[in-house]
Write a protein that binds this ligand. Structure first.
Ligand SMILES: [Zn+2]
Length: 174
């Protein structure tokens, strides 16, 4: 999903050393006004090795969400609800007693409730190997995977975001 750009400001360009090859790379930073708020777009491009990295960061939301977003998924329709999830969001599944911290590669993203759960399953699966009880961890992964196809998933999700940037969004009203 692309964010409509209505206004562009503060284009900033500088030469930095490429994080991959160490030669000169261009770092561009600009802010754009979107329906979500002000987004900072940072890109790094290296002509020498072809390294390219783009990050979009919400820096000033147009609207704040609650500190805790509680979603009770009772139908497949609930899985298709959209939300903006910031890089600072913690995801908790209280029925399973698990909470996942935002990883170092967490990004600001527009996703669905299903997308949040899929990402949660993916991260949990990689963490299972290092837990005390990998079998029990894998059991939870399997249960969650089943929930995604259930008619009445009865799944509680709590999204905790100290920045309050995360919020449920109504795509239909845009
Ligand atoms: Zn390079």
């Amino acid at each position: 999903m692309s964010l409509e750009t209505s206004e562009e400001k503060d284009l900033d360009e500088k030469i930095i050393s490429c994080p991959v090859c160490g030669r000169d790379a261009v770092r561009r930073e600009r802010s754009v006004e979107t329906w979500l708020g002000v987004i900072k777009i940072i890109s790094i491009t290296c002509q020498h090795c072809g390294y390219r990295h783009v990050d979009e960061i919400l820096v000033e939301p147009r609207e704040y969400g609650p500190e805790e977003i509680i979603i009770h998924v009772r139908s497949q329709k609930d899985f298709r609800k959209y939300l903006f999830k910031s890089r600072s969001a913690f995801i908790e599944l209280p029925q399973f007693g698990i909470e996942i911290f935002p990883g170092p590669d967490a990004r600001d993203e527009i996703t669905t409730v299903e997308g949040v759960i899929e990402r949660f399953i993916f991260r949990l699966e990689t963490l299972c190997r290092d837990t005390e009880d990998p079998l029990r961890c894998q059991e939870i992964v399997d249960k969650l995977k089943k929930k995604i196809d259930e008619e009445d998933p009865d799944l509680l999700i709590i999204i905790r975001d100290p920045t309050r940037f995360s919020r449920i969004i109504d795509i239909g009203s845009l």
